[in-house]
Design a binder for this molecule. Structure first.
Ligand SMILES: O=c1ccn([C@@H]2O[C@H](COP(=O)(O)O)[C@@H](O)[C@H]2O)c(=O)[nH]1
Length: 224
């Protein structure tokens, strides 16, 4: 299970993020660097997490004109992450250049090509219209993404459109836990039952009074 759990390191400090990741390494094989952490540290945190033995997920949700995304993806590909997000709303051309940039950047740096994940509809949005969702997933497929990020509630639609794409699900909460700003949250058990390949775990563990205890409880719940 450890290989399918992604730890969202949403902090503005590399020391805090690395301490958190190291303390939870028994539970998480993948560390996610989002906008907050990358803005604070730049690429150095990606190298530090890799050095510490984590697969790294760079979650910057690239969304810009195709050339800019392609060039940025080339830089990110050279850092050796395992996953990179691009926003499906950017369209097929943007995704294509993004995926090409990841390929070129990783190849030039002698790294494995990261998995390109297209963000479909953010889990903080209260509704994902099935038509929009289906269009975003078709766009992701046509643009060359290997996977997508979606809410648990969306997996029936996304899997019908693209059964072989990798699904990554954020917005995971314990039963009765506060959803915070997640409008479409679900439990880890619900996500796995719906067919999620990877689960993104953030505040339910990282902001728990005892993150190790929270991770332990999360894992125990998955094997009940
Ligand atoms: O639709 C999306 C896409 C990405 N995220 C990211 O996942 C984590 C969730 O953190 P929680 O603390 O569990 O809410 C966070 O880094 C988001 O940027 C998402 O939530 N929804």
């Amino acid at each position: 299970m450890r290989e399918r759990l992604i730890l969202a390191l949403d902090a503005d400090d590399a020391v805090v993020a690395l301490r958190l990741a190291n303390g939870l390494r028994d539970y998480f094989a993948i560390a996610k660097v989002g906008l907050e952490l990358f803005s604070a540290t730049g690429p150095s945190v990606v190298f530090a997490l890799r050095e510490a033995g984590f697969r790294v997920f760079v979650d910057l949700k690239l969304h810009d004109i195709p050339t800019t995304v392609g060039r940025t993806a080339r830089v990110l590909g050279s850092l050796g992450p395992a996953f990179v997000t691009l926003h499906a709303a950017g369209g097929v051309d943007m995704l294509r250049l993004g995926v090409q940039g990841l390929l070129e950047g990783s190849r030039e740096a002698g790294e494995e090509m990261p998995i390109a994940l297209a963000v479909s509809v953010l889990t903080s949005e209260s509704r994902a219209e099935p038509e929009l969702l289906a269009t975003r997933i078709s766009t992701a497929l046509a643009g060359g993404a290997q996977g997508y990020v979606a809410a648990v509630q969306d997996l029936a639609t996304t899997k019908a459109v693209a059964p072989s794409m990798i699904s990554v699900v954020p917005g995971i909460r314990g039963k009765g836990g506060s959803p915070d700003d997640q409008a479409r949250a679900a439990t880890a058990q619900e996500a796995l039952a719906a067919g999620a390949d990877y689960l993104v775990i953030g505040r339910m563990v990282t902001e728990a009074p005892d993150p190790v205890e929270a991770a332990d409880a999360l894992l125990a719940g998955l094997f009940e």
